[in-house]
Design a binder for this molecule. Structure first.
Ligand SMILES: [Zn+2]
Length: 414
């Protein structure tokens, strides 16, 4: 027991000590500003400026290899073939299928992970052909998340061309199955816990970043009754009656805006035919909040409504959990080194960054494992998860420069 107390005291001291070492955003801004004056970083930016057309072509080539979640291999092979040309210290796949590339530092620095996910939401076999008009490039998956895959590849080439030597290691992880189960990031974080100092998920985003993940729970609630023919004696009723009453009441619940929370009933169903009372009427609930307490409180209130409405008509309730992922946050993370440094980098790169706590991407898995993590992205895009997805072309180059500056600022240079 005493031993435990001693250990706890040590943890408290270490934590407060590490927080007191965090400088202000203004101080980090000065530091980052100095970085941008270095000849090697200028050379890296120049390389990027000279290669706009090649970047656009490569971005499109990767996008046109569709990679539905779980079927990323073909796209991964193409990315791997590019990485092999860069003379990195290590390029390999892990057991989950993530493609990992390591650019070793000179030593004595942190281990910084940058990820982008390879998978798309589009069905296997979809023919993808990008088109360009009015300064935008259109193709399913061009933004989510191929823009960030391409951004990482460009930064590696630019850093190499300009011979930028970082102190810390930069680890580039091209993950699988972000859009479905987070299988890729979970496996990576699991295998590398304790070896990662900061984790940056590039997904969506451009001007700002997120430092915490929103919790998302999906439910399918069923009312189960006896059913019967339209002309059978009522009660018993169709199970659609308690369903309708319950939905009406659930929409009257107070859903807080602070902490940011959402509730949606998007799908419902009942009998298969017109002339039958439903014996099983169901609806879905999509419940989200940056606070796990809000989620569990709303979950309880919904359960009470379901039970009351079922009891009113002598039926029962069955609930299937479709999926659950908790809100991911680290106490004090808003004022952490990573978040302040990221703010400084965004400011120096010319952004007035919105900083929010409602991310929903690979960053959550890192945060849940206790790793300091943010999520941002390299370009403004629109219509993600739709066939009309598109990205602005010119701002992408600025976004890549921001990404590279973030890599160098976090890994440190001699
Ligand atoms: Zn994504």
């Amino acid at each position: 027991m005493r031993r435990l107390i001693a250990v706890l005291a040590l943890i408290v001291i270490t934590t407060s000590a590490s927080y007191s070492q965090v400088k202000t955003v203004a101080e980090y801004t000065q530091q980052v500003q100095a970085l941008t004056g270095r000849a090697d970083l200028k050379a890296a930016n120049d390389y990027l400026d000279r290669n706009h057309d090649a970047i656009l072509r490569e971005w499109i080539a990767i996008t046109e290899i569709n990679a539905p979640s779980g079927h990323e291999q073909q796209r991964a092979k193409y990315i791997e073939s590019l990485l092999r040309k860069y003379k990195l210290d290590d390029v390999h796949y892990d057991s989950a299928g993530n493609l990992i590339a390591v650019r070793k530092g000179t030593g004595g620095g942190p281990v910084i992970v940058f990820d982008a996910h390879m998978d798309t939401v589009f069905q296997p076999g979809l023919e993808i052909k990008a088109t360009i008009r009015d300064g935008k490039v259109y193709a399913p998956g061009i933004g989510d998340d191929t823009r960030n895959v391409e951004a990482l590849l460009v930064t590696i080439r630019a850093l190499n061309q300009a011979k930028v030597k970082t102190k810390g290691d930069l680890v580039f992880v091209f993950t699988v199955e972000e859009e479905t189960t987070f299988k890729g990031v979970k496996a990576y974080v699991d295998a590398n816990k304790g070896k990662i100092d900061q984790y940056i998920a590039l997904d969506g985003g451009y001007e700002g970043f997120t430092y915490a993940g929103i919790g998302i729970n999906w439910y399918r609630h069923h009312f189960i009754g006896p059913g019967g023919h339209t002309r059978s004696r009522t009660p018993p009723y169709s199970a659609t009656l308690p369903l309708a009453r319950a939905i009406e009441r659930i929409y009257q619940l107070t859903v807080p805006t602070n902490p940011s929370s959402n509730l949606n009933i998007g799908m419902l169903g009942g009998s298969e035919v017109v002339n039958a009372k439903a014996s099983d009427a169901w609806f879905t609930v999509d419940l989200r909040s940056t606070s796990n307490e809000v989620i569990s409180d709303l979950e309880k209130q919904i359960k009470t409504i379901l039970d009351e409405e079922a009891a009113r008509v002598g039926m029962t309730v069955k609930t299937d959990m479709i999926s659950a992922s908790p809100a991911a946050s680290i106490p004090g993370h808003r004022e952490s080194y990573l978040v302040r440094m990221a703010e400084a980098v965004h400011r120096v790169a010319g952004f007035e960054p919105p900083i929010t706590n409602a991310g929903s991407n690979n960053s959550s898995a890192a945060l849940l494992a206790g790793i300091s993590s943010i999520s941002t992205g390299a370009g403004p895009c629109d219509g993600s998860h739709s066939l009309a997805e598109n990205c602005e072309i010119e701002p992408f180059y600025k976004g890549i420069k921001k990404t590279m500056l973030l890599e160098v600022a976090l890994a440190g240079v001699e």
